[in-house]
Design a protein around this ligand. Structure first.
Ligand code: F6P
Length: 341
């Protein structure tokens, strides 16, 4: 079979492990021809592609980023984009396309699949917010990076008796904030699923200083917001693709906490460090399994699905189910975190 593969949307540790796995499973076990498209769907629509061989994926398992490059271009956002994609698919004689992407990419993939493109999606995001899969690769790496940063920040915070307000990624959901906060023993965790009340948050930090503790760590997801009207709040703007550009919750929150507590507070924005560098062993394994199962799905003709981790098994889930809603942090997970902080 002739199978196209591309990486689309924000990059994520483990993308190269998926690409490598698709090539190994396809070429070695099935005798497939694998075509890699550059910069996501942009390369697909502009005809930028190259054959992927065992040689071209040699040594990439542990590499961060994506050897194919990525972009946020989605054919379904362009005029005639889906029709053009179908035409290119036919012109190139592709039997299947495996887009590796997050929420936006999978939504676009569903539209294209509905239009008749033979698609098997592989979910990726450090945010871990794709429904139907217990975990997405990249998440474990992001949590590890954030946890290490939080551990490091404790010593400097203690030396200066400061409050550190640490912003982690998570546009719509607080999975990274929750898990890194729990792993590092943060003193407060702020997530988009639960608008925070500034007075209650201030009390949590104040009580800690009242117990003669010398510092406090507050972890917040970038997309978290205060309860309306509870404090002055500057909303973000939108980027050219309509994604929210956050104004920096860490900056706004640290300023407010410093003012209310009379203690020095510092904002720390971990940003793209959480997406860079080598994937953890867990993410390499999950990404490799997703690639393997995506090729199997293609050979079974199970188009219009994504690979998903459910328990310990990799199952196929219809694209429609996968993109129906985001996987948010449930109340009981947040309660557990509150109990230990
Ligand atoms: O969706 C993954 C993510 O890392 C979000 O958490 C974050 O808001 C966004 O990507 C940042 O995207 P960009 O690389 O376009 O700034």
């Amino acid at each position: 079979m002739r199978i196209g593969v591309l990486t689309s949307g924000g990059d994520c540790p483990g993308l190269n492990a998926v690409i490598r796995s698709v090539v190994h499973r396809g070429v070695v076990d099935h005798g497939d021809e694998i075509i890699g498209f550059e910069d996501g769907w942009r390369g697909f629509l502009e005809g930028h592609h190259r054959p992927l061989t065992l040689d071209s994926v040699s040594g990439i398992l542990a590499q961060g980023g994506t050897i194919l490059g990525s972009s946020r271009v989605q054919p379904s956002h362009l005029r005639d984009g889906v029709e053009r994609a179908k035409q290119y698919c036919a012109d190139l004689g592709l039997d299947a396309v495996i887009p590796i992407g997050g929420e936006g990419t999978l939504k676009a993939a569903k539209l294209m699949s509905d239009a008749g493109l033979p698609i098997v999606g592989v979910p990726k995001t450090i945010d871990n917010d794709i429904a139907c899969t217990d975990v997405t690769f990249g998440f474990d790496t992001a949590v590890s990076v954030a946890t290490e940063a939080l551990d490091r920040l404790k010593t400097t915070a203690e030396s200066h008796q400061r409050v550190m307000v640490v912003e982690v990624m998570g546009r719509h959901t607080g999975w990274i904030a929750l898990n890194a906060g729990m792993a590092a023993g943060a003193h407060a965790i702020v997530v988009p699923e639960r608008p925070f009340h500034i007075e209650k948050l201030t009390d949590v930090v104040r009580e800690r200083f009242d117990r003669q503790k010398k510092f406090a760590i507050v972890v917040c997801a970038e997309g978290a917001k205060p309860e309306p009207g509870s404090m002055h709040w500057e909303e973000g703007t939108k980027d050219i693709y309509g994604h929210e550009r956050f104004t920096g919750i860490a900056t706004q929150l640290s300023r407010e906490l410093e003012h209310r507590l009379g203690k020095e507070a510092r904002p720390v924005i971990l940003g793209h460090t959480q997406r860079g560098g080598t994937p953890t062993a867990y993410d390499r394994v999950l990404a490799t399994r997703f690639g393997w199962h995506a090729v199997e799905a293609v050979h079974k003709g199970a188009f219009g699905h994504i690979t998903a981790l459910q328990g310990t098994a990799i199952n196929l889930v219809p694209l429609g189910e996968a993109v129906a809603e985001l996987k948010t942090v449930p109340a009981d997970r947040y309660l557990e975190a509150e109990t230990v902080i």
